[in-house]
Design a protein around this ligand. Structure first.
Ligand SMILES: NC(=O)c1ccc[n+]([C@@H]2O[C@H](COP(=O)([O-])OP(=O)(O)OC[C@H]3O[C@@H](n4cnc5c(N)ncnc54)[C@H](O)[C@@H]3O)[C@@H](O)[C@H]2O)c1
Length: 380
């Protein structure tokens, strides 16, 4: 499928290179950006057409556009893609406003077009193998869980980190999509949220680039601690922070009535799962780096010199969506899922602001296991 990209910044490179290296069913033929020099840069490297936004939207050859702009404009850009009659796949989050995400889902349905959204890391072996373990009832009924993401702040490495500390930024909207997309895949829809928040530092100091040592103002909460109840009854404690210098917490742990599972970083495709099925027993480690997408890592590593387990398959969600379009079925990184995830993120922030427990406004159908065979089919 002929594909275009709007938004040619940091993350664009991996979409261009992976489309060439891995996937057999979509081809990036053109790109555009509000900054013409940004799209020119990638057009030259990857030998694709450098178009204006209007030209890419009106190009009849292109059936799908990947939206890699900043979160603040995801809604406007995705809306214009759908209105131009093309399928859209957006980077995360779907939007920074729930009502805008809802509008995108409605519009795509009205126009009979596919709406996809990152992250697609949950299609990797780390989360898919965990899903298999849970559906095989290895730890029984899941009753409790704990998720955690804590860093000292992106201003340490990002040369223009202002947006992380303004409305639409913060640790939940930035990193929450990875955790909640994985959790919703494993547990189903969430039901309600209660959160509290803190802003530990009122100012941040930029650590790199031309603005090094410049101070920026913090306008939003930088730590959000929440309790999230899922429709299946699971109660999850959730911790997202840009205020933590160092910690030893795990990314995602789920506790069932027959055992516990420690699930790898949902921002990667592989990792080690730990499983314990005896009261107070030992962890058993299950490596996923040589499974599923990890197994393909091993094969590709011969060609590309990548180390198994650290390869980055971003774009697999686009490829899976193209395959879904061709076979007339629902894609896994779909609009309903990303809207529900956005609902969770937005409700976490609102609940802290209003200091009360809030019900979610959406739910999502179960997302099917992504098998190795389906995965292989998409690869070169
Ligand atoms: N950088 C990463 O490591 C990373 C990782 C995962 C996901 N993401 C997500 O990818 C998206 C992009 O992030 P990034 O780091 O590449 O940002 P970036 O700022 O490097 O690039 C964004 C690009 O979008 C362009 N743009 C902005 N508004 C536009 C508009 N209205 N129309 C057309 N182009 C417009 C900008 O000119 C810029 O070139 C974000 O949603 C982010 O959450 C980034």
């Amino acid at each position: 499928m002929k594909t275009g990209i709007i938004g040619c910044g940091n993350i664009a490179d991996i979409y261009f290179s992976n489309s060439i290296k891995y996937f057999n069913n979509f081809e990036i033929v053109a790109c555009a950006d509000i900054k013409p020099e940004a799209s020119k840069h990638y057009a030259n490297i990857y030998n694709v057409e450098n178009l204006t936004i209007d030209q890419i939207l009106n190009n009849e050859e292109i059936e799908l556009i990947i939206n890699l702009t900043i979160p603040d404009v995801h809604f406007e850009v995705s809306k214009s893609i759908i209105q131009s009659g093309k399928h859209v796949y957006s980077e995360k989050p779907l939007s920074i406003e729930f009502h805008h995400g809802k509008k995108l889902l409605e519009l795509s349905r009205q126009k009979n077009l596919y709406l996809g959204c990152a992250p697609d890391t949950f299609l990797g072996a780390g989360i898919q193998e965990s899903k298999k373990i849970l559906s095989n009832n290895k730890i029984g009924n899941i009753v409790l869980g704990s998720i955690s993401m804590g860093v000292a702040g992106h201003e340490i490495w990002h040369p223009n980190p202002d947006f992380y500390y303004q409305y639409g930024g913060g640790p939940v909207l930035d990193m929450g999509p990875y955790y909640f997309t994985a959790l919703v895949n494993l547990l189903g829809s969430a039901k309600n949220v209660y959160s509290q928040s803190r802003t530990v530092y009122n100012k941040r100091v930029i650590g790199s680039g031309e603005r090094k040592n410049q101070q920026i103002k913090v306008d939003i909460p930088t730590t959000l601690v929440s309790q999230i109840e899922f429709e299946n009854g699971t109660l999850v404690d959730s911790f997202f922070s840009f205020d933590i210098w160092k910690h030893n917490k795990n990314h995602i742990e789920l506790y069932g009535d027959l055992g516990s599972i420690n699930i790898p970083d949902p921002n990667t495709f592989g990792g080690s799962i730990q499983l314990c099925t005896e009261k107070n027993g030992e962890w058993k480690t299950i490596e996923t780096n040589e499974n599923n997408l990890g197994k393909i890592n091993v094969e590709n590593s011969k060609k590309t010199n990548e180390k198994p387990g650290i390869a980055n398959y971003r774009g697999i969600g686009v490829s899976e969506m193209v395959d879904s379009i061709k076979n007339n079925r629902i894609n896994r990184c779909n609009g309903e899922l990303s809207l529900h995830v956005l609902d969770i993120l937005d409700t976490i922030i609102k609940s802290a602001k209003e200091d009360k427990k809030l019900e979610l406004r959406s739910s999502v159908s179960a997302i099917e296991y992504f098998s190795e065979e389906e995965n292989f089919k998409l690869l070169k």
